[in-house]
Structure formats: C-alpha cells, structure tokens
Design a protein around this ligand. Sequence first.
Ligand SMILES: [Zn+2]
Length: 475
Amino acid sequence: MTKRIGSLLRPILFLLTSFLLLTFCATRAKAYTNAVTTIRVGLCFERNGSDTADVTLLNEVGNGFDFGYFDSSRKFVKVSDAGKNSKSIYIFIFAGGNTVVMDSGTNAVLYQQNTAAQGPIGIMPIQDGGKCETWCKGFRYYGGFEVTALSKGTLQVLNVVDIEDYVKGVVPAEMSPSWPIEALKAQAMCARTYVAMNINSHGTFDVCNGSCCQVYYGRNTTNAATDSAVDATAGKYVLYNGYPCKTFFYSSNGGATEACQNVWTENLPYLVEKFDDYDTSIDTGYNNWTYTYTAEEITDILNSSGYKIGTVTSITPIYTAVGNIYSLTFSDGKNTVTVEKQEAGDILCSSKYGKYTHSQHFTISGSSSSATGLYINNNSNMLGSIFSAYAIGGDGSTSKVTVSGGSISVITGSGVQTVNPYGSGSNQTGTTFTVTGSGWGHNVGMSQYGAKAMALAGKTYVDIINFYFTGVTIG
Ligand SMILES: [Zn+2]
C-alpha cells in the first residue's frame, strides 16, 4: 500500500474543552482485546491471477505435516497425521475439485478431499522443537496453510499465521530494516492495526500478500531489527475511541498529509490534513519532481482514460487547505472534464509518456499563464513556497506562516486582504502544462519517511503515531 494504484513506479493545540473531553473518554476506555489473532493471508488467489494448478510445501524446520481443518476460531483441528514423515508434499486437483496431497518423493497419496464441495484442507507443519518454517512458492512462512479448489479448476493457497508472525513478515517488506528502531515500531503498529481492521476483507481471507494490502514476504526478509520492533509493540494497536484505526501509510507526502475524505471517500476523524515538516526535512528521493506535458499528451491521457474531450486548452486546479491537489478541471474551450480526489492525483501519472504525478502534493501551471505565487514587497520577489515562509508578528516574534481554509490574510496598502497561496481555482492556459510536486504515495495517514525523520530527531513510535493519527491512543 505504499505504492500508488495505477503508478508504474510506485512510499496543535486543542481547545481546552476538547482536551478535557478526550481525557475523559480515554480514562473510561477499556483495554482493547483483539478477538482475532490468527490471520488468513492470500498467497495464491484468483483476484491477481496467482491461483495455481499445484503447490509444493517443504517443511524446513520441523518433520512433516498434519492434515485437517481450521475451525471457526481459526484453530487447527487435526484429522490425519498421514504426512508426519513427509518433509515435502505436493498438492494438486485431480478432478472436479478433488484435491490430492502426495508425498513429493514417493508419490504416495497422503490425504484427499473435495475442497470445492467440502471446504478447504488445513495443513499444519509438525513442530520439532522451535517454530516450523515452511517453503511455499519460493517463500518461507511460519504457521499453517489452507488449500481450496476454485471453480475455475485452480487452487487457492492461504497462509494461516499468528498476527505477530504476520507483522514480522510485513515490516521489513514495507520499511528498510536499517531505519531507526522507533520508525520500525511505528510501522509495526500500522501493519498490525491495519490487518486487525481487515479481517475477512478479501472474502475467504483477510489480507493478500501484495501492495493492495501490505507486502508480506513471510520469513524471507525478516531480520533481528524488525523482529525486535514487532516484539516491542506486540499486542498493541492504534485506537480511536477504543477501536482499531485504519492505519494507512505511504512513502512520503511531500509536505502535508491529507484528510481521508479529500483523497478517498470516508471521513475519519483521525485522518486529517496536516503540514508535515518532518517529511520535507529528509531526503526521500522524491523531494522535487517536475514534468511538462503537451496539451496533446494530456488530451491523449484523458481520452485513453475514457473521457471525451478535444485538445485541452486550459486546466483549473483546486487545492486543499494544505496545498494538496483536490480536483482538476480540463477544458477544450467547449467541453470540460473534472476529476477529483485520488483520481486528480493519478490521472496524469502516465507510463506511456514516462511522466508521473507521484503523490497528491503538486501544482500545475499552463505555459500561457503567469506564475501564481506570493510576492514579498514588490512584484519581482516571488516566494518559492508558502510552506517555508515565516512572518514577524506585532510583538516582534517570528512564526511559521500557516494556511487556514486554503487562504492566508495579508496587510496591504488598502487594508487586510485574503490571498490564495496555491493558485487554487486559477485557470491555467497554454499549449504545455507543467506539474511540480514532491512526495510518493496517497498522503493519507503515516509518511514512512516522515516517521524516519521523527525517529532521527529523537521522537518515539508513540510520538510518530500521535503525529500522523490525530486523537488516537495506543493500547
Ligand atoms: Zn489485498
């Protein structure tokens, strides 16, 4: 989920009354107990075409395999120990959903069941001292497996695994293990809470192993640092009013997180828009990117996306209060096409032209439009970015300029005026259009690079979680 969907390359002060209310709620909140701590992870499944004709499981650490099923509480129930001496087993569909398990060496049939009619076969590696680790399709996993024949005649393979072991397989796949431990802990918190919020979200399983949910490589990528980050936060979740949050994360926001409803649809009180100086303080590899599109290229991109419009002559961007893109209205002088939210961030991300919008944090300007921006004292001294500006107050103190509701107020010769620092709503015209932005991701929730910068600045994972998820508790 660190990558943008559709991208080829693709990471206060409260009012006193609010504070008292939150404190009151927090003291009354019961400790959270997660009812589901065994996770079903899709390894081979139909939706992404990874369903398979057959699968081999190799018990790397233990002895062999037991067969049976996982009950309604996801506990393994043994029916047969016929595979107890088979280190490697081969599973395939014989006919009509009849699923056969053989010893890979002797070809002896160990177990069979019509999984299309009777439900999945549960397969549990047999413990031999430590925890079993089993190879499946090039990856090594803790836990057991569940195999089902799909109606198209292929097999679905799930890893049925303890939530902490699952998180250990996610953290190093989503964040470099060389990053500071507090950032790794914050990532572990997000990964654990995310899956707790997504039980059964993929139909017969909870989460898949790809970037649609969270990348999960089992034991292949784990190391001591990420394992210790998971252990240090074991059993803890990011909570709002006592319930797990949707802990979205991404690589970098380029300077501001965005409210969930301004990118997707849901309005969640803990996913709000917020300036992020941590994110901009660190080299992300995507701090500044710019691409110039011809009007013909933009027209082609729109037409290819199913929008009927002639050669684009103007684009009108609307920005959010923190300068992320909210909508783009394209016009050919006669017809208009408006895209908004995530689509506004994605529409110009084009592998065909090798030009990309990597996040929601960008501005767009037309070749015939004068630059939009703020000027200091005279019209030849344009401010590069409002995000880094400071103002001197009446008492002589300096403070960072903040933007409220997408605008700021300035004193001019004719009194106080409201200025729109992003050029929101200004019609950009021309034959070419330049996109300038920063960041990589969807901007909702935690910035991984921001978390890294916070950890390097001495902040704890609790600080990081509280910065990116407003009003939450950890428990
Ligand atoms: Zn998924």
